[in-house]
Every structure is written in C-alpha cells, then in structure tokens.
Design a protein around this ligand. Structure first.
Ligand SMILES: Cc1cc2nc3c(=O)[nH]c(=O)nc-3n(C[C@H](O)[C@H](O)[C@H](O)COP(=O)(O)OP(=O)(O)OC[C@H]3O[C@@H](n4cnc5c(N)ncnc54)[C@H](O)[C@@H]3O)c2cc1C
Ligand SMILES: NC(=O)c1ccc[n+]([C@@H]2O[C@H](COP(=O)([O-])OP(=O)(O)OC[C@H]3O[C@@H](n4cnc5c(N)ncnc54)[C@H](O)[C@@H]3O)[C@@H](O)[C@H]2O)c1
Length: 481
C-alpha cells in the first residue's frame, strides 16, 4: 500500500489527500493551522466573505438613479465587529467542512508541523512530525496517541509539500496587529479604519482597497507602478483604476512605501520620495514569501529556486524522486484552483494513474474588485509582444441593454482569436460578477471553439453574457473584411 504524507492542508494539500484516499492510499496530512490552510482560514475565503459584506453596502449607494428615494447612507452603518465575526465564523465552518470530508475519506489529519527527516531510507522518505494540541484525527500507526510537541518520524513512499506562503514583511513597516496590518490581521479590527493606507497595488491590495472604499472608508492606495494591478490586462486595470478614482480613492502612482510608523493615534507612511502620508491604519500588501525555509529541503537535496520556491515540473515532481510539491510554495501560479490541480496531479502521477501535465492555458482568474476583472488564456502582452498572433476586439458594456438597465458604465469584454481560423484563445471581462461571465470563454478555449461557434450561440436577452457572443460576432465580421 502507498504511504503518502502531505505537509500543508490548503487546497494543494487537502485536494491531493482526497484523491490519494480515493485511490486507497494510506494518507497522513499534517497541517499547522487548520484544514483548508491559509486559503480558507486567512486569505481567499475571508477576503471574499468580507467583500460580500462590502457589496451589500454598494447596494445602498446611488439608488436615486433607479428612481428609488432613500435618505442616502444615513441610517446605514457598518458594524465592523459583526462583519469580521461573520468572516471568521464562515472561515472556521469551511475549515470544519473540509476536516469532516478528510476524515470521512479516511485521511489521518495531524494538527502540527512537519519537515523532511534526516535522510532518504532507500525507497521511502522520512518525515518528522511535531503535533500541536488540537483536533488531530489519527486512527492508528506512528501518529496515533502522540503527545503535544513530541516529534516522531513517519515513513512515506510519497511526500507532497504544500506549505503555501506568508505575507511579505517590510523591515521598516513591521505589522503590529493594531494599526500596521497584514491582510491576515484585518479581521481582528473592532472598528473600520477611518483612513486606510494600502501599500501595494497588486491583486491583494486592489481587492482590499476596493472593499474598504465600498464600506465607506477613506482609502489611499500606494502603487509602485504607473497603474494599479501591473500584472493584469492594462485596459482592465486602467478601467478599474478610473472607477477607484471616481469613487474618491486617492491613488499614489509610482510611489513605494518605505516605512510605516504607528503614532498611537494613527500611522505615518513615508514614501520613497520622502513624502509622508498620514492615515489611521496601514495595510501591507506587498506580496508573499513561500513557506519553504523550515522544511529541511536543502539538507534533503530538494531543489529550491529564486525567491525560495520549490522547483517542480508540470506533474509536480521535485528533483528528488518521490517528493512532490504543489501550490503557492512552488510559485507556479498562486491561485487556489491551480494549487488544487497541482496537488491532484502529484498524487495521480505518484500512484501511477494516467495524468495530463498541468496546463495553465485555460486557467481563469478573477480579481474581486468592484467591478470584477476576469481573465483567461492569451494576454494582451502576449499579442503585443508578437508571442501569439491573434485578432482581437474590445467591446464596452455601455451598448449592452442589460448594462444600461443596471446603470453600468465601466465594463468591457475583450476577446482574442487566431487570425486565420478564428479559434478563441483568450479573453478579459470587466463587469460585476465577471467571475461568472468568464466561463463561456474558458470553455471555448478548452474545447478549441471558434468565434463563429460562439457567435452562433443564442444568449439570453437581455444579458451581459450577450456581449460575449456579440464580441465573437464582431470578430467574424473582421474576418470577412
Ligand atoms: C488575500 C488573498 C486572497 C486570495 N483570493 C483568492 C481567490 O479569490 N481565488 C484564488 O484562486 N486564490 C486566491 N488567493 C490565492 C490562494 O489563497 C492561494 O493560491 C492558495 O491558498 C494556495 O494554496 P496552498 O495549498 O498552496 O497553500 P495555503 O492555502 O497557504 O496552505 C498551506 C498551509 O500549509 C501550512 N504549513 C506550512 N508549513 C507547514 C509545516 N511545516 N507543517 C504543516 N503545515 C504547514 C500553513 O499553515 C498553511 O495553512 C488569495 C490569496 C490572498 C493572499
Ligand atoms: N482573487 C484572487 O484570485 C487573488 C486575490 C489575491 C491574491 N491572489 C494571488 O496572489 C498573488 C499575489 O498577489 P499580491 O497582490 O499579494 O502580490 P503581488 O506580488 O502580485 O503584488 C504586490 C505589489 O506590491 C508592490 N510593492 C512591493 N513593495 C512595495 C512597496 N514598498 N511599496 C508599494 N508597493 C510595493 C509590488 O510591486 C507589487 O505590484 C496574485 O498573483 C494572485 O495570484 C489572488
């Protein structure tokens, strides 16, 4: 029987554990914080739950445009404690659901930390496990009946490293949990900040800046580049930046946060050019570092690349046979969906199942700002740099009947197709719930559909998805010219 030890219980780890259990392996999953990992407990799930509350606030704004009269936002207030408690409760419930699923599948779940052992043992590997007090659910074997802090060794034919990442800390802006915060500390605030300075305008910074702005908080976004979300489609990022500014967000472009001081009554953020910005709280959102330092990788000979990411191939193998890695600790593409797929692929490969290597071509991603920004496939950069020949169209939503009804002004659909065949290769959607609208484009790419096929699909009238078919129709017309 295969003995599999998985270190880390985020999507990379727990999805892998479920596959391994389904294939009748003897699986132990060691997780330091709780099932679901950082994704469920502190990162993805809490942030999206917080954003759900912010969307309720957005619903109260500008209702006069629809002929609804109210006293504006007077009488509407945000109970920060209630919002944050909901966030934490939902995260814990989701973690408990995952825990129950793992137990039901027959996975041994150890609450604790693990690292690679001293040496390989011929065909098997050694993992050292240090359990914490908590909800370990272990039936038998080396892990059963262990005491807190009592390190023991487990042998495994396969080890999966899925240890995720941790917020990057600036030495001169150390989070204190009071006014200088990383994104994992936000949910302990008992009041909304009066003026939040968000340092870093990547996806994380942009999502929180958007959500706090919607909550009625004064927001200043410190962006190190000329536009927010520099890695996203430029048209989309600029459209969202325009919305942010119109709604009153201050965006300091080409500015770096150099240091942050908690003055007791607020924060002072010093920028690279010496300018000082004052606010009530600062959120540090300058990226993440992989949790790979304390895993004994170097001693074991597991190759680690730039930035401390574990080097893996497209079936999640490291350079050491039998040791695999998945998720944010590999730096392949830090998304929950990709982590989960890397984890499943690792187990299928390790257990000799037929497996297709990871394909990033059809990974759709979404930024949960207001409006949302969803992308899939070939990017504008690929096309502009000549890496992929493609024709494209960008269709503003302003002409869409449903968008007019909902008074939407800011979104668009962008579609890329192969010049000769019209095969759809990429797309961008900026719209409310773009995360739901990107699916038809993703399916088109996955199934090698052409703009003709998409254009011939009858869509709901009126609907935002109608603009996707309309964009495809415009690309057909271009083909005829
Ligand atoms: C604010 C924010 C919002 C996000 N929103 C989204 C989103 O909407 N959609 C999306 O797809 N992605 C989102 N992401 C990215 C997503 O959260 C990550 O890609 C995902 O969590 C990666 O999963 P993972 O399994 O690699 O690691 P994680 O979820 O980080 O889990 C790894 C776990 O391993 C544990 N661990 C580490 N070392 C050890 C050890 N030695 N022993 C035992 N356990 C250990 C850690 O405690 C952690 O719980 C977001 C990220 C952030 C920061
Ligand atoms: N909705 C989602 O799926 C979602 C949400 C959040 C994060 N994520 C994932 O996490 C990844 C990382 O995103 P992120 O935003 O946490 O990190 P990031 O590294 O993409 O962005 C951090 C930004 O901070 C900037 N920066 C660094 N130091 C700075 C300083 N001193 N002052 C000002 N700016 C500074 C960097 O230039 C960068 O633009 C994303 O690529 C995404 O895959 C996904």
């Amino acid at each position: 029987m295969s003995r599999i030890v998985i270190i880390g219980g985020g999507p990379g780890g727990y999805e892998a554990a479920l596959v391994a259990a389904q294939l009748d392996a003897d699986v132990t999953l060691v997780e330091a914080e709780g099932p679901g990992g950082a994704c469920v407990l502190t990162d993805c799930v809490p942030s999206k739950t917080f954003i759900a509350s912010s969307e309720v606030m957005t619903g109260y704004r500008h209702n006069e445009r629809f002929g609804i009269r109210s006293a504006g936002l007077e009488g509407v207030s945000v109970d920060a404690v209630a919002v944050n408690e909901r966030v934490k409760k939902l995260a814990l419930a989701q973690s408990a659901d995952i825990h129950a699923k793992l137990i039901k599948a027959g996975v041994d779940v150890v609450h604790g930390r693990a690292r690679l052992g001293e040496d390989t043992l011929g065909h098997t590997h050694q993992v050292l496990v240090t359990p914490h007090s908590g909800q370990s659910s272990v039936r038998s074997g080396a892990a059963a009946g262990r005491l807190d802090g009592d390190t023991y060794a487990v042998e495994a034919t396969t080890v999966l490293l899925a240890t995720g990442a941790t917020p990057r800390v600036l030495a001169t802006a150390q989070p204190d949990g009071e006014r200088i915060l990383d994104w994992r500390q936000l949910y302990d605030l008992t009041e909304l900040p009066s003026h939040l300075i968000v340092i870093g305008s990547g996806v994380t910074g942009a999502e929180f800046a958007s959500a706090y702005l919607a909550m009625g908080v004064q927001v200043t976004l410190v962006s190190s580049r000329e536009r927010v979300m520099p890695h996203e489609d430029a048209d989309a990022a600029m459209a969202i930046e325009r919305v942010f500014r119109e709604r009153g967000m201050a965006i300091l472009s080409q500015s770096r946060g150099k240091s942050v001081v908690n003055t007791g009554s607020g924060v002072q953020v010093t920028l690279g050019d010496g300018q000082v910005v004052e606010g009530s709280h600062a959120l540090i959102a300058v990226g993440a570092v992989p949790n790979t330092a304390a895993l004994g990788l170097e001693e074991y000979g597991v190759q680690v690349g730039d930035g401390g990411y574990v080097t893996v191939d497209r079936v999640s193998r490291t350079n050491v046979p039998g040791i695999y890695a998945a998720g944010d600790c590999t730096g392949v593409l830090p998304l929950a969906s990709v982590a989960a797929m890397q984890g499943r692929i690792a187990i299928w490969h390790a257990m000799g199942e037929a497996v297709a290597p990871l394909r990033l071509r059809t990974v759709s991603a979404n930024v949960f700002t207001d409006p949302e920004l969803a992308t899939v496939g070939v990017t504008q950069n690929d096309v502009d740099a000549g890496r992929v020949p493609a024709r494209q169209v960008m269709l503003p939503l302003t002409g869409n009947a449903r968008a007019k009804m909902a008074d939407l002004h800011d979104g668009f659909v962008k579609l890329f197709c192969r010049p000769a065949t019209g095969q759809i290769v990429g797309g961008v959607v900026v719209a409310p719930k773009a995360s739901e609208l990107i699916l038809p484009i993703t399916m088109a790419i996955e199934n090698n559909l052409t703009v003709d096929q998409l254009a011939h699909t009858i869509t709901i009238y009126p609907s935002l998805s109608g603009s996707i078919a309309e964009a495809a129709r415009q690309l057909m017309q271009h083909e005829l010219q």
